[in-house]
Design a protein around this ligand. Structure first.
Ligand code: ZN
Length: 266
């Protein structure tokens, strides 16, 4: 049985309880949403899929195969196995595999270009869990210290695997120095990032993100970039599930699929 990921190509695609246009409507999948095939359908015009924790049927002509095969999935239910705990909020994730391939490829090119010119940037932080984002947001607000971010959980591209922070790494130390000749290094980093489809923020020098929909649009169900792969998908969707199951607001992104017993050890 196939567990491939499909992308919704219609503006709004009904998820129905049976393979019929008059069957009960379970939900409406927005354009760009991902659904996971979860079984065989007797009618080739309909695919049996899981989306947003719901299992149902959707018209095959409005679903495009993304191509990622997943291990067996089951719909979300209260009795389903535990989701792995979040990593420590103090830990920075520097795993390129947790970035969406679009950003991973761009950042790799940016770093190769800069490093070939002896400009010593490296990835300081890539994927950031919503738990860590909330913790960082608390700094200077509910905790001591200076404010380090304007973004609450799920308001940063880091939570979608669509952003990373590039910082100078010189003599074994991270450096945010942008004085003197280093000023031009930061300017060059942002320029090369832009050439590779990444945009910068005026108020946060190291941050680059995929130039796509805003986080508000992502939260509302806007399409994530094409080409997502398993390592990104699994990390991101588990974070969304964990957050939602914890009953924490604001709402997790709607692109939530299905639950699995745990991550394979990679
Ligand atoms: Zn950032």
């Amino acid at each position: 049985m196939s567990h491939a990921i499909y992308i919704v190509t219609a503006n709004a695609l009904n998820l129905r309880a049976a393979a019929s246009a008059v069957a009960d409507k379970l939900g409406v999948m927005p354009a760009g949403a991902m659904a996971v095939r979860d079984g065989d359908s007797t009618d080739p015009a309909w695919l049996k899929v899981v989306w947003n924790g719901l299992q149902g049927y959707a018209a095959a002509k409005h679903l495009r195969l993304q191509g990622n095969a997943l291990p067996p999935l089951s719909p979300v239910s209260p009795a389903s196995p535990a989701i792995p705990a979040a990593p420590s909020v103090e830990a920075r994730d520097r795993d390129m595999a947790h970035l969406h391939p679009v950003v991973r490829t761009a950042v790799t090119k940016v770093l190769e270009h800069l490093n070939s010119k002896d400009i010593p940037f490296a990835m300081f932080e890539g994927y950031r869990t919503p738990e860590r984002q909330a913790w960082l947001y608390g700094q200077g607000r509910t905790r001591a210290g200076g404010v380090v971010t304007h973004a609450e959980a799920w308001e940063s591209y880091h939570q979608y695997g669509l952003a990373c922070d590039l910082v100078l790494f010189e003599n074994g130390r991270w450096s945010w120095d942008d004085s003197g000749p280093r000023r031009a290094w930061w300017t060059e980093m942002q320029k090369v990032a832009k050439d590779n489809g990444l945009r910068s923020l005026k108020f946060e020098l190291p941050h680059v993100e995929h130039a796509g929909p805003t986080w508000r649009e992502l939260q509302a169900g806007a399409a994530l970039p094409d080409g997502g792969d398993l390592s990104w998908f699994e990390n991101y969707s588990l974070a969304a599930l964990r957050w939602r199951k914890g009953g924490r607001g604001p709402s997790a992104p709607p692109v939530e699929y299905a639950e699995r017993p745990g991550l394979p050890t990679a």
